[in-house]
Design a protein around this ligand. Structure first.
Ligand SMILES: Cc1cc2nc3c(=O)[nH]c(=O)nc-3n(C[C@H](O)[C@H](O)[C@H](O)COP(=O)(O)OP(=O)(O)OC[C@H]3O[C@@H](n4cnc5c(N)ncnc54)[C@H](O)[C@@H]3O)c2cc1C
Length: 529
């Protein structure tokens, strides 16, 4: 019997998609990459996933699991190799429980940022979530499977007790999860003996169907710190100062450092929407947004959320201000200080300068919200803005022919390394290929920056698509040559980091033989096979 007929018997007719219309929707993407897929399966339980994998093994046909498939700019929903059947886990979206004492949630892969945020609010649970800027409907598990990084740092570090359907069809529970009465499955990731959970992030050994995820306890106070650099010549000093503040624990959270281009594509759509709401037409709104942004922009800016006691926040602010004296300015915002300023601006809005101030204050709401674990779709407009295609209502990014590709080198936390990465980026992406580089570097841990560098291009112009791919390939190679190895790559760039000559990757391929001998799960994803 054909595997599609067998899978249909498992998930039901309505949960297997094979029409060309559906397949086109699943293969639409912002990267300009083409891959074909066989079908899409929408299971609702671990048991169904197990049966799907068993049938795939019988038929030696590959599967590609996604949690919501919004891996924009890195492959979206596409498999690394053509020919796979997508296993979309969006229906597996149960929040099994939130432990209010120890502060973790046990969730399935389809649970979205919005869903968990609303759950915590509804149940009055005193936690915030480490959200990403990727939008309300993206998932924790899918993001972690690519070792994604949230506003407050690595998602992977917060996960434990993975339930995985291996490529061989068996279910593995990592950490202490395989002991029947374990009380610590979601409190300590390693278990006893070799720690296996690390095998399932950025790999192709299994389908993760459940995880435990730590939540961030609500602290007494919350604030948002924003710093602006005055002169680009002081960039390295600026970075060294912020590094020092973090490494001495004066600021305990993650600084996000962005160039002006990146700030522009985040802020301008917010200003544009603000002016539209105020009644301006599209052209006027766009012009006013750009003019206002240009009047306040700084070459580089940094921001972070502060969580703690009132005195910790005050100290962190004062120290940062003191440390950046002469080279940058620092502002501290809370929701209440923002509201107060907005009221004043509203009262004085008969004056043109206060009308502009009101617009600028509106742009602070989303970042303040992110720093407090409130997900939003605002950052998604950064995909559309550079190509002048801002939609009226938010739509799937792939629908507007907007192109986006990312390169994500990991960088030691120092001004010198930061400067070198910016230089390589500018030389290749801008000077050689003519793209505007949008750069953010996030303090992923105490010692490294995760760089998020992207370019935008018109996906309906094959020449531009090719040029964008050439540019990203070249900059990726230069980063590898210079020792700034990407911590994560798009599906088109696996071969840039994987080599059959490298013993590390040979061992990874041998693990595949044990855990997925028929090479069913995501062939070629972070693996030679
Ligand atoms: C404007 C913008 C902002 C962004 N901000 C961020 C950010 O702040 N941080 C960040 O890290 N990324 C960010 N991204 C990148 C990306 O969009 C996010 O990482 C997003 O969360 C990934 O989508 P997803 O959750 O649907 O994961 P998916 O696309 O479902 O998963 C990603 C990959 O993981 C694997 N996978 C997924 N689920 C499973 C599973 N259950 N078992 C085994 N393998 C699985 C698959 O190979 C899949 O392709 C951003 C992108 C854009 C365009």
């Amino acid at each position: 019997m054909n595997p599609l007929t067998k899978w249909q018997g498992i998930v039901g007719e309505q949960n297997i998609l094979t029409s060309s219309e559906h397949l086109e929707r699943y293969t639409a993407n912002v990267t300009g990459i083409e891959r074909s897929i066989q079908a899409v399966l929408l299971p609702e339980s671990t048991e169904q996933v197990q049966k799907i994998v068993a049938i795939a093994n019988e038929n030696k046909t590959p599967l590609y699991p996604i949690s919501s498939g919004k891996n924009w700019g890195l492959g979206d929903r596409l498999p690394v190799q053509s020919g796979a059947t997508i296993v979309d886990l969006k229906r597996m979206n149960k929040i099994h429980r939130v432990d209010p004492h120890h502060g973790y949630a046990v969730i399935e892969p389809g649970v979205t940022q919005k869903q968990l945020y609303e759950y915590l609010r509804e149940h009055n649970l005193p936690f915030i979530i480490n959200i990403t800027g990727a939008g309300s409907d993206t998932t924790f598990v899918g993001n972690a499977m690519d070792r994604g990084i949230g506003y407050y740092g690595s998602r992977v570090d917060s996960m434990s007790g993975l339930e995985v359907v291996l490529g061989n069809g068996e279910v593995l529970r990592t950490g202490f999860g395989h002991y029947l009465n374990s009380k610590t499955t979601y409190l300590y990731p390693h278990g006893v003996g070799p720690s296996l959970e690390g095998l399932f992030f950025q790999s192709n050994f299994g389908i993760v169907t459940k995880v435990g995820m730590e939540l961030i306890p609500h602290k007494d106070s919350h604030a948002y710190l924003s710093c602006s650099l005055k002169n680009p010549n002081n960039l390295e000093a600026f970075v060294d100062i912020l590094t020092d503040l973090r490494q001495r624990n004066i600021v305990r959270t993650t600084f996000h450092i962005s160039n002006d281009h990146r700030s522009e594509i985040n802020a301008c759509p917010l200003l544009y929407n603000y002016f539209l709401k105020e009644g301006d037409d599209k052209e006027t709104s766009k012009r006013k947004a750009v003019e206002l942004f240009n009047s306040i922009k700084s070459c580089w800016s940094a921001s972070c959320g502060l969580l703690g006691t009132k005195s910790y926040i005050k100290d962190a602010y004062e120290h940062t201000k003191q440390a950046l004296k002469g080279i940058g300015s620092v502002k501290l915002w809370t929701f209440s200080s923002l509201k107060k300023q907005q009221k004043i601006a509203q009262r004085l809005s008969f004056l043109p300068s206060y009308r502009l101030k009101k617009a600028l204050l509106a742009t602070l709401e989303p970042p303040l919200g992110h720093s407090r674990g409130i997900p939003s779709n605002d950052a998604l407009n950064s995909i559309f803005w550079p190509l002048n295609k801002i939609p009226q209502d938010l739509i799937e990014p792939a629908q507007q022919n907007c192109g986006k590709l990312y390169v994500l080198p990991l960088v030691p936390m120092s001004g010198e390394a930061f400067g070198e990465v910016v230089q390589i980026t500018t030389n290749i992406l801008h000077d050689k290929f003519g793209f505007t580089p949008y750069i953010t570097m996030n303090m992923a841990k105490d010692k490294v920056f995760e760089s998020v560098i992207n370019i935008a291009f018109h996906r309906d112009d094959p020449h531009q698509v090719q040029k964008a791919h050439n540019a990203i390939t070249e900059v990726n190679r230069q980063f590898v040559t210079s020792g700034y190895i990407p911590y994560r790559v798009g599906i088109q760039a696996m071969s840039e980091i994987i080599s059959s000559q490298d013993y590390h990757w040979q061992i990874v391929a041998q693990l595949k033989d044990i855990l997925d001998p028929n090479k069913i799960i995501s062939p070629g994803r972070y693996n030679l096979v």
